[in-house]
Design a protein around this ligand. Structure first.
Ligand code: MN
Length: 249
């Protein structure tokens, strides 16, 4: 399958991603410096608007963990459709699309099922792409790692619990590391395209790390072996991005 990204485009995207992470980190530092008590969801940088943003790497960039064809279909067909349908729903339901999509998700019970499925799907995928990077990364020994060890006992125990959330989600859905309103780390999963931002969700908080366990995310390479996909996925997690979101809480 031909890769639609040229090397130049890839380098441009890489530069943008680096800049975005840097800006995110700076914003997080600013929030922490200026505000020591109020912890609100809105302090975390928004993930996306209603438009689908460019994939921050080329389709083959996450191989061998995620194959190029899966990435291409996932981004250009599945996620693209969620974005289009979310915009259609937003237009029909008179949503101000200049506002963060997080606002809609936090009051999703007021909107249609079409909005729930597609605004959720769009947001989740935009977050998912940013949660990964070619070659993966090291978690680092910052605040997130300290909180993970304090909450789950060890990084390994955290990864096992998170992986189980993905493996055990019956049917389609997502596994999440999220922070509740008290900035406490939690692991959970949601069905379909729901997420912890939604007021109708059983688990509530700010998503920090999300794993797509829909079959479309892994079936071409892993077929029925979801557990193998979940295990391999840790090799491409972008911990800088996840840490920056935690720091900004
Ligand atoms: Mn997906």
């Amino acid at each position: 399958m031909a890769n639609k990204f040229s090397r130049k485009q890839f380098l441009q995207q890489s530069a943008k991603t680096t800049l975005a992470v840097s800006l995110t980190s700076f914003a997080g530092a600013d929030v922490l410096a200026g505000c020591t008590s109020a912890k609100v969801l809105s302090s975390v940088p928004t993930v996306t608007g209603f438009e689908q943003t460019p994939l921050p790497y080329a389709y083959p960039a996450l191989e061998p963990v995620i194959d190029a064809l899966t990435m291409e279909i996932h981004y250009s067909k599945h996620a693209s459709a969620y974005a289009k349908n979310a915009k259609d729903a937003a237009a029909a339901e008179k949503v101000d699309m200049s506002k963060p999509i997080e606002d809609v998700l936090q009051s999703i019970s007021k909107y249609s099922v079409k909005m729930r499925n597609n605004a959720g799907g769009h947001y989740n995928h935009e977050l998912f792409w940013k949660c990964m990077q070619p070659g993966g990364s090291v978690m680092g020994s910052g605040a997130l790692q300290q909180a993970i060890i304090k909450t789950f006992g060890s990084v390994e125990a955290f990864q096992t619990q998170f992986s189980d959330a993905g493996k055990n989600r019956f049917g389609s859905g997502w596994a999440w590391l999220y922070a509740d309103k008290d900035k406490q780390l939690k692991i959970g999963s949601t069905p379909n395209q729901d997420n912890p931002l939604m007021d109708i969700s059983e688990i509530k908080g700010t998503p920090l790390l999300g794993l797509d366990v829909w079959e479309h995310a892994y079936y071409l390479k892993y077929q029925n072996r979801r557990a193998d996909y979940v295990t391999a996925w840790w090799k491409v997690v972008n911990w800088d991005f996840v840490s920056a979101r935690f720091d900004a809480l």
